[in-house]
Design a protein. Structure first.
Length: 268
């Protein structure tokens, strides 16, 4: 399993079955009173990790998580911002689902047509935004601010309009171009709105090839990891690719992973 983490913005990864998970900050999240639920507790930061460690397909995750086997704890992040996020999953079959807690209740949106998720608002409201901009038509006008809903409208319309590529290299290039078109420049941030912050990385997961591409906003090149080359096996000790010093990497980098202690998630 591979996972990446950055501040309040996102937790994401891909496992050896090709399941891709991504948790984005969602200010509207409300997990209810976790401690009063009587259920096992899990940190919101570990939600993505749990999905990657336990499921191979979206359908399997939906069936299991709809039973709400645990309660989510959302501690304050460094700086005093309340943690919160919604989870998206996609698998090698093209299936996808969005999970979010609203007013203390789990809401699941399960359909392979749900291919774009932004930070805010809730996904149900994002679907309404999509309907509006389909009627306007992106050739005529698309919203251009850094607001999450505006970025959602741009990438959703551009994705529907972009040519579908059978060539894997062109498909990856197209996907990166779509992500770059909604990236927030370095240095842009709103302390009152954690869902508006600079884009520090862009990633693309090729579920069929079990390959994970990564582009840092601080370096000029793209690198990737072939999961098969990591030779993951049950009982293996954790390892990581340390990007804290912003190294310049290019090409396939599975040989650059080094032994590491497990990531420690925030907890109350």
């Amino acid at each position: 399993m591979i996972a990446s983490f950055y501040n309040v913005a996102t937790v994401e990864g891909i496992n050896d079955a090709g399941l891709v998970a991504n948790t984005l900050y969602l200010a509207e999240s409300d997990y209810g009173d976790a401690k009063a639920s009587g259920k096992p507790l899990i940190s919101v930061g570990a939600w993505t990790q749990y999905a990657l460690d336990n499921y191979a397909t979206v359908a399997e995750a939906v069936e299991s998580l709809r039973k709400e086997p645990f309660a989510i704890v959302a501690p304050d992040l460094p700086g005093g911002v309340t943690a919160g996020g919604h989870l998206s999953l996609a698998d090698t079959t093209g299936d996808s689902a969005i999970f979010e807690y609203i007013n203390g209740k789990l809401v699941i949106h399960h359909d392979r047509k749900y291919t774009v998720m932004c930070n805010s608002p809730t996904f149900g409201e994002q679907l309404a935004i999509d309907v509006y901009w389909k009627e306007v038509g992106g050739v005529n006008f698309l919203p251009g601010t850094h607001r999450s809903s505006d970025r959602f409208a741009r990438v959703r319309w551009n994705l529907s309009a972009a040519q579908k590529k059978d060539d894997p290299q062109l498909a990856i290039a197209t996907t990166f171009s779509l992500i770059r078109s909604i990236s927030v420049p370095l240095g842009i941030a709103d302390p009152q709105k954690p869902n508006i912050s600079a884009t520090v990385w862009r990633s693309v997961a090729d579920t069929g090839a079990r390959r994970y591409y990564y582009e840092s906003a601080y370096t000029p090149s793209i690198f990737w990891v072939d999961l098969d080359k990591l030779k993951l096996a049950k009982g293996d000790k954790p390892s990581k690719l340390d990007l804290s010093k912003k190294p310049i990497l290019a090409g396939e980098v599975s040989d650059k992973f080094a032994p590491s202690e497990p990531f420690k998630f925030l907890s109350n």
